[in-house]
Design a protein. Structure first.
Length: 151
């Protein structure tokens, strides 16, 4: 599995989460760029070994991950992602509401506008949310499959 190619084809934003699923002989270390390049797990910024690690991307810029098990990083078990600014304003991390039904809502609108057109069926927010789900699912499937066959 080419994690570099996969990461370069994805877009990561503040608040996105990565799920690492792995067996007992593996782990996830967050490391500096130098340690990532040299596959040095001795100076990990953060270490995880629970088998299902969820990491929230909470700062912009590059983030480097590697398996700390000797030899694994050198064989490609490492991942670098670049985190961009959040696609949604702070405080709106909840999933977007489903598209409105074709019938009128039963509760009164709190908006002062008298009428507004319904949002498009596939809004940008919905696409962004689905893309993030696919990224998390894709990373989980890729890493999980790689780690199952790796052991």
């Amino acid at each position: 599995v080419d994690y570099t190619k996969w990461a370069n084809s994805e877009t990561f934003a503040l608040g996105d989460t990565l799920l690492f699923s792995y067996g007992g002989t593996h782990g996830v270390d967050v490391v500096s760029q130098t340690d990532y390049t040299n596959c040095n797990a001795g100076n990990a910024l953060q270490s995880y070994s629970d088998g299902n690690t969820i990491i929230t991307l909470n700062s912009t810029g590059p983030v480097y991950f590697m398996c700390p098990t000797f030899g694994h990083c050198g064989q490609g078990m490492k991942l670098a992602v670049t985190v961009g600014a959040s696609a949604t304003p702070p405080g709106s991390n909840s999933p977007p509401p489903p598209p409105p039904a074709t019938s009128s809502p039963t509760t009164p609108s709190t908006s002062t506008a008298t009428a507004s057109p319904p949002p498009p069926t596939h809004s940008k927010a919905t696409r962004d949310y689905c893309d993030k789900c696919q990224v998390m699912l894709g990373l989980s499937l890729v890493l999980g499959t790689f780690l199952v066959f790796w052991c």
